[in-house]
Write a protein that binds this ligand. Structure first.
Ligand SMILES: Nc1ncnc2c1ncn2[C@@H]1O[C@H](COP(=O)(O)OP(=O)(O)O)[C@@H](O)[C@H]1O
Ligand SMILES: [Mg+2]
Length: 246
């Protein structure tokens, strides 16, 4: 079976800074893949490159067999790619419901049959707290609730591929666990492939079937998530301990 997403040898520069250097990754249909890396490793740049928000200086990206490099970001939602950016970026002065409506923007054109109402109800089913808060301004939500809203806004476009940029960043440990549980639920119930970039290696490797390690813009290791979690070098650099520590 062809991969859903095939990123081949991409490079991306910011002026003289090389943020991605010959990076290749792949995601299969309905698979959860994680890319781990420290702050500044290039994780956000990778997701932005896939979303068409960053200009490649080399390499190609294929999604469902189609070359993506020339696509404009706003067309991607219609193609089934939804990006949940680092820091959530919900619209603080709009209500929860209005934020969800914006997630549909650009999608109806491509999928005339899709019903917003059922999508919205599905989001409230997944995140009941958002239903309680649907007429509240997004800026008044807690960090965890804003992350749920950002996930919900991505889901109303019925994506085949969800790009998640550090969903656990800045959240209290108990909320982090809740968000990872929700990611798992979304993957299973919505049958969506997920590309999850994270600094929280322990939780991300538990959620994923395959993982990559990104260091200074380069993939330095890749493999089955379970194997990476047991690897001595990964444990030392990303899991803060020896085998048996988690
Ligand atoms: N807009 C930008 N202009 C210049 N350099 C940037 C910009 N965004 C990111 N960088 C640099 O690119 C590298 C990768 O950054 P980023 O992709 O944000 O990493 P991560 O998400 O893993 O923290 C870093 O060295 C960062 O400083
Ligand atoms: Mg980042």
């Amino acid at each position: 079976m062809a991969n859903l997403l095939e990123v081949s040898n991409i490079s991306l520069h910011y002026g003289a800074i090389k943020a991605l250097d010959n990076v290749s990754i792949s995601v299969e249909e309905n698979e959860v893949v994680t890319v781990l890396g420290a702050n500044g490793a290039g994780k956000t740049s990778l997701l932005r490159a896939i979303s068409g928000l960053g200009k490649l200086s080399g390499g190609t990206i294929y999604y469902k067999g189609k070359k993506l490099s020339d696509n404009l970001p706003y067309t991607l939602a219609g193609m089934g790619i939804a990006h949940v950016p680092e820091g959530r970026h919900v619209f603080a002065t709009l209500t929860v419901r209005e934020n969800l409506l914006l997630g549909m923007y650009g999608v109806k054109r491509y999928r005339p049959g899709s019903s917003l109402k059922s999508k919205e109800d599905r989001v409230y089913e997944l995140f009941p707290i958002l239903k309680e808060r649907k007429n509240q301004l997004a800026g008044t939500l807690s960090g965890g609730e804003q992350q749920m809203l950002a996930l919900g806004r991505a889901l109303v476009s019925s994506p085949s591929l969800l790009l998640l940029d550090e969903p656990s960043l800045g959240l209290a440990p108990i909320i982090v666990q809740e968000i990872f549980d929700l990611i798992r639920k979304i993957h299973i119930e919505e049958r969506v492939a997920i590309l999850l970039v994270e600094q929280n290696a322990r939780k991300a490797l538990k959620a994923a079937s395959k993982g990559y390690i990104l260091e200074l813009g380069k993939i330095v290791m890749e493999g089955e998530a379970k194997k990476l979690a047991e690897d001595e070098r990964v444990r030392h650099a990303y899991l803060g301990g020896r085998a048996g520590a988690c």
